[in-house]
Design a protein around this ligand. Structure first.
Ligand SMILES: Nc1ncnc2c1ncn2[C@@H]1O[C@H](COP(=O)(O)OP(=O)(O)OP(=O)(O)O)[C@@H](O)[C@H]1O
Ligand SMILES: [Mg+2]
Length: 358
């Protein structure tokens, strides 16, 4: 289950609450979180995690009256580490593996690729799926400005490996030949004398070692992509009820459909509910508050009513643009969601609780 959506709408929160809820129902669940807020990570004991899922102590939930009949495992994605693991899996032998991992160019490149996080997140999902250890995998997605970066990531990586740039490097006479003209060669030489770093040597070692792995990379990217379109995968689009995220959710939904990736439903998070009163406060209440305070409360209630009306209109627009999809609403909470109680609140709404009861 992939929780996708634009930045800051509640993807990490939704992923964690979903995973917790499914574990409570008896499933063995792993949630892959990406940069969770510090306090949420602490609440789940995520700070000690490596790049492998670890089981979260059920006592953390039991203390809040939540019984996990299944198991909840979690990890915080370490993008660089995941990329290194991929090299380890694809390298034909240990020499090549070490050559690549210790190479300076690789260090730069892997930081750049891992820095985008999208591909590594799906690569991790692929590994966990292949391990067959879990009933359900919940994937949080990176805080991309554009949720589309996520579904495009495998294709972009394939594009890189099959593209012209890398082929030029791999051409047998590439180095020192056509590509590195005399001027460039002199520049590299000067750089080596000044810095002691032999970039040209690094580059050629890197691309030679990598050349043996390209087919593996491309095949892996294809399988990762296939996992995203697998009928066993579900995309949940998470959005807040504001204009821009709603427009992005509509766009993302269309792209999912075009890419034949399975759409499961919408989570509209942080919806403002209308206040019980809009306009004149009940007389008894106004009397108790006194004129000044009653006036301020009435104005706040009026502003909240306007917000709620705007949210409701945006949700209606979203609903009709997507052709009445499965949709759940999680109202704005009085406090942010940074602990087990907050997750319990979100879970209750995801599972269809009556707003008034939570
Ligand atoms: N229903 C809610 N009510 C109040 N606060 C919420 C609610 N849902 C999420 N939040 C808060 O909103 C903030 C953003 O949530 P979250 O980190 O889950 O978003 P995100 O989509 O993962 O963001 P990013 O794109 O940066 O990764 C957090 O501080 C979280 O506690
Ligand atoms: Mg997040």
């Amino acid at each position: 289950m992939v929780c996708a959506g634009s930045g800051g709408v509640g993807k990490t929160t939704t992923a964690a609450a979903l995973a917790m809820g499914a574990a409570a129902e008896g499933m063995k669940v792993a949630v892959v979180t990406i940069d969770p807020a510090r306090r949420l990570a602490d609440a789940l004991g995520l700070e000690e995690l490596g790049n492998e899922p670890r089981r979260i102590d059920p006592e953390r939930f039991a203390a809040h009256g939540i019984e996990l009949r299944g198991e909840l495992w979690a990890l915080m994605l370490d993008a660089k580490r995941t990329f290194d693991e991929l090299i380890e899996q694809l390298a034909p032998d240990t020499r090549t593996r070490d050559e690549v991992l210790s190479n300076r160019i690789y260090a730069q490149l892997s930081n750049a690729v891992a820095g985008s996080q999208e591909f590594t997140a799906i690569a991790k999902l692929y590994d966990l799926d292949a391990s067959g250890r879990f009933d359900l995998l919940v994937l949080d997605t990176p805080p991309s400005r554009n949720a589309l970066d996520f579904i495009d990531a495998p294709a972009r990586l394939t594009g890189f490996f099959q593209g012209r740039a890398i082929k030029v490097f791999l051409r047998p006479a590439g180095f020192g030949g056509r590509l590195i003209g005399r001027g460039t060669g002199v520049a590299f030489g000067l750089l080596r004398r000044v810095t002691g770093v032999d970039l040209l040597e690094d580059l050629s070692v890197f691309f030679r070692a990598l050349s043996g792995m390209i087919d593996g990379f491309v095949a892996r990217a294809a399988r990762v992509n296939a996992l995203l379109s697998d009928p066993g995968t579900t995309f949940l689009i998470v959005t807040s009820p504001q204009h821009d995220p709603v427009e992005e959710a509509i766009f993302f939904h269309r792209k999912l459909r075009d890419a034949a990736m399975p759409f499961g439903g919408l989570v509209v998070n942080r919806l403002h509910l209308p206040p019980a009163v809009d306009g004149e406060l009940p007389e008894a209440l106004a009397e108790r508050l006194g004129d000044a305070l009653a006036g301020r409360v009435a104005r706040s209630a009026h502003e909240l009513a306007a917000l709620a009306a705007r949210d409701a209109a945006n949700v209606e627009h979203l609903r009709s643009a997507l052709g009445d999809p499965p949709l759940v609403i999680v109202p704005e909470r009085h406090d942010d969601v940074h602990d087990v109680e907050g997750l319990a609140y979100v879970r209750a709404h995801l599972w269809g609780a009556d707003a008034a009861a939570v």
